[in-house]
Design a protein around this ligand. Structure first.
Ligand code: ADP
Ligand code: ASP
Ligand code: MG
Length: 404
């Protein structure tokens, strides 16, 4: 069976008019004799609305009920797509994750798909039907509804492609593919033809919302090629694939920036073994992810300053946890929400010396102050003031020849 998985994102199914367009795209694959599995997100804005409602009800909204609530948007869009296909005389029906079932493991809100039962869907495909499957949803071994993290329909599509051994997995979205940087932030951004899982994973984790990071991990582990393309215009998009398939001559492949970081500095922390562990242990216990960390060398051997970044949404909880932590002493705690992390990513930097210098010099020439730095083999990230983001993006894009 020649199977294709087509995933449509929120904006692509954002209105009934767009859903009619999506149905045309689906029909075109039926004409090409594919067995089509469709995965859909909720109509754009719907999931955010549901999340906000849960917050209005309670600051500590039950995570079980959160998943039942926020996964409901996908039911609506899938029914609308199936309804439109039926209107066109095509055999189709919606499938909610629990009806298949799509099994997940792990915490509510951030579960992972571990198994998809193929029997019913295969039978339906063989009968000539087009299944329209809810993205983002799963069900756990207690038969409770789960969700797999924001943007999770990408991972649903990739896991469906894996379990059904699909020939293609195509992510339809509101841009033409993966760009050198967010095309909605920089007009000069250029579409990338092919990108490796490794680079895409860094880009996604560092702020390129176009693909959910977990979905790229799943794709890499299972060697699933992904095509990202537009649901508005019929142009070739971007292929996400293994490194071996790529001949890349650029040092830097992409640049990302974040909007929701916060910086916390603890001034006058006692400089002795175990202090950093005492600060970060309760944060990790509360599932607060600490990202960048920098500790100054203490001038007098007794005290030091420690700075780290977290997600903005975790700031209030972080403040509380640190204030109530009797294991640490410090003189002052300072916060800053006006920060943004800008990162350059590329496998080319492994073999090219001087990339760090070029990045820092470019920012210095623009009088942009670097607050925190972190690096890995294929990325360099710096924390800067939010107001400088546009300037920094544009200067780095030019410096690393991405404008061309
Ligand atoms: P969908 O609803 O289809 O899942 P998303 O909103 O999750 O779509 O992702 C698409 C958006 O990702 C684009 O509109 C774009 O603004 C943003 N984006 C961020 N970085 C990039 C990038 N490097 N390339 C393409 N799009 C990007
Ligand atoms: N609707 C979900 C979200 O907004 C899943 C997705 O869009 O992929 O996060
Ligand atoms: Mg998305």
């Amino acid at each position: 069976m020649k199977i294709v998985v087509l995933k449509f994102g929120g904006t692509s199914v954002g209105t009934t008019k767009k859903i009619k367009k999506v149905s045309e795209i689906i029909s075109s694959y039926i004409r090409k004799k594919y067995k089509v599995i469709v995965v859909s997100s909720a109509m754009s804005g719907v999931t955010n609305d549901l999340v906000n409602k849960s917050k209005e009800i309670s600051e500590n909204f039950s995570s079980n009920e959160y998943d039942v609530l926020v996964s409901s948007g996908e039911q609506v869009s899938c029914a609308l797509i199936a309804g439109r296909l039926k209107h066109k005389g095509i055999k189709s029906r919606s499938w909610l994750a629990w009806q298949i079932p799509i099994m997940t493991e792990g915490q509510n809100k951030n579960a992972r798909i571990i198994k998809i039962n193929k029997r019913k869907i295969l039978h339906y495909l063989e009968s000539g039907g087009i299944p329209i499957i809810t993205g983002f949803q799963g069900i756990d071994f207690d038969q409770r509804i789960t969700t797999i993290g924001r943007g999770g329909s990408d991972a649903s599509a990739i896991m469906l492609a894996k379990f059904f051994n699909a020939e293609k997995c195509i992510i339809y979205t509101d841009v033409e593919g993966i760009y050198t940087t967010d095309p909605n932030k920089l007009r000069k951004a250029k579409k990338i033809k092919v990108i490796s899982y490794e680079e895409m994973l860094e880009m996604a984790s560092l702020g390129a919302k176009v693909m959910q990071p977990v979905s790229i991990q799943d794709a890499r582990l299972n060697r699933i090629d992904i095509e990202v393309r537009s649901s508005y215009v019929n142009r070739s998009g971007t292929l996400i694939t293994k490194k071996k398939n790529i001949k890349n001559n650029k040092i830097i492949t992409g640049i990302t920036s974040t909007q929701n970081d916060a910086k916390v500095s603890l001034i006058g922390v006692k400089d002795k073994p175990g202090v950093a562990a005492s600060i970060f242990k309760p944060l990790s216990k509360n599932l607060i992810n600490v990202d960048m960390v920098v500790q100054n060398i203490s001038a007098n051997g007794k005290e030091t300053d420690l700075t780290f970044t977290i997600k903005n949404e975790d700031l209030n909880r972080t403040k509380k946890i640190i204030k109530s932590n009797i294991a640490i002493n410090f003189r002052k705690m300072i916060f800053d929400k006006n920060v943004s992390k800008i990162s350059i990513i590329g496998v080319g930097m492994v073999t090219t010396p001087g990339v760090t210098y070029r990045m820092f010099q470019t920012l210095a020439d623009k009088k942009i102050n670097i607050q925190v730095i972190s690096t890995s083999e294929i990325k360099i990230s710096v924390l800067i003031n939010k107001k400088d983001i546009k300037k920094a993006l544009s200067a780095l894009h030019k410096e690393f020849n991405l404008d061309k």
